[in-house]
Design a protein around this ligand. Structure first.
Ligand code: C2E
Ligand code: MG
Ligand code: MG
Ligand code: MG
Length: 282
């Protein structure tokens, strides 16, 4: 009896795995087609300077607009893209589209802002990201000092041998460099000080429970203070409430991103936010 149950269990799990594998393969080929059919979109989320309250940048975040399913969030396809290597095509498309859009906004007279693009660990490790950025910047005419590349802590740690060379190469072109999701990986501020970084982005998980969790408030305050000692600007991710913003302001955090200001929005809507800022004369 026990043996039967055991076999049943085994059969159940193996079918389950097969299903997962099949779904992954199906998603991979759908995604490949989505890239060809131009179904990917870039949304922009404002990055706000805390002292002035003004939008000084935006993070480019990919979405997949499936004709049947509608907008598919990155969590549903970035992990598969990362496993299959398709992330290289996705990442290149997002970079080119963001720089094209940024150049167009400048040509339309919008104020210059920083545009931040995510670099996946696979892309950081397996591709010539520095060469790609040089090509795309030259092609689109977007100023390299307005382009920021976001690398996660885990991306950096997974490529300890080449990380410094790649970051120095990007920095050599005038590209700005940010560490994404800081606090969730295994790096330390002492390790990060060896790299030419501009910005630390404190992970949303440390912001969520401010002002209820004393520990998280102390962690966030410490990251801000130590980040500044090391010469980095600090941005808080996932700010949703005025209490969180007030705390960050008191601790001297430089910038924030979050639903409190705006969700990621389509390009036209983001341009509207920029135009609507007081003092904009364009
Ligand atoms: P991320 O780079 O850490 O981006 C921030 C995520 O937090 C975004 O989710 C954003 O919508 C969300 N967020 C921002 N403020 C708030 C807030 O106040 N509350 C809540 N609940 N969420 C907030 P999104 O757009 O779903 O992207 C998720 C992740 O997918 C990104 O995390 C990034 O790791 C990945 N991703 C998105 N676009 C790209 C891309 O073009 N390339 C790569 N490699 N990864 C991407
Ligand atoms: Mg990011
Ligand atoms: Mg992040
Ligand atoms: Mg994240």
């Amino acid at each position: 009896q026990a043996k039967d149950a055991g076999r049943g269990c085994f059969a159940y799990f193996s079918e389950d795995l097969t299903l997962a594998a099949r779904e992954r393969i199906a998603l991979e080929s759908r995604l490949r087609r989505a890239i060809e059919q131009q179904e990917l979109r870039v949304f922009y989320q404002p990055q706000v300077d805390i002292a002035s309250g003004r939008i000084v940048g935006a993070e480019a975040l990919v979405r997949w607009e499936d004709p049947v399913e509608g907008l598919i969030p990155p969590i549903r396809f970035i992990p598969v893209a990362e496993e299959t290597g398709l992330i290289l095509a996705v990442g290149e498309w997002v970079l080119r589209e963001t720089c094209r859009q940024g150049r167009q906004w400048l040509d339309e007279g919008l104020p210059p802002i920083t545009l931040a693009v995510n670099v996946s660990p696979h892309q950081f490790r397996r591709s010539d990201i520095c060469g790609l950025v040089a090509t795309v910047v030259a092609e689109t005419g977007f100023p390299s000092n307005q382009l920021e590349m976001e690398i996660t802590e885990s991306g950096l740690m997974a490529n300890q041998d080449n990380a410094a060379d790649i970051l120095n190469c990007l920095r050599g072109q005038g590209i700005r460099l940010a560490i994404d999701d800081f606090g969730t990986g295994y790096s330390s501020l002492a390790y990060l000080k060896h790299f030419p970084l501009d910005l630390l982005k404190i992970d949303k998980s440390f912001i969520d429970d401010i002002p209820d969790l004393q520990d998280d408030m102390e962690i966030a305050a410490t990251i801000i203070a130590m980040g500044h000692i090391l010469g980095f600007k600090v941005l808080a991710e996932g700010v949703e409430t005025p209490e969180q913003l007030a705390f960050l302001q008191e601790k001297g955090c430089d910038m924030y991103q979050g639903y409190f200001k705006s969700r990621p929005v389509p390009a036209a809507e983001f341009a509207g936010l920029l135009r609507g800022q007081s003092g904009y004369e364009g």
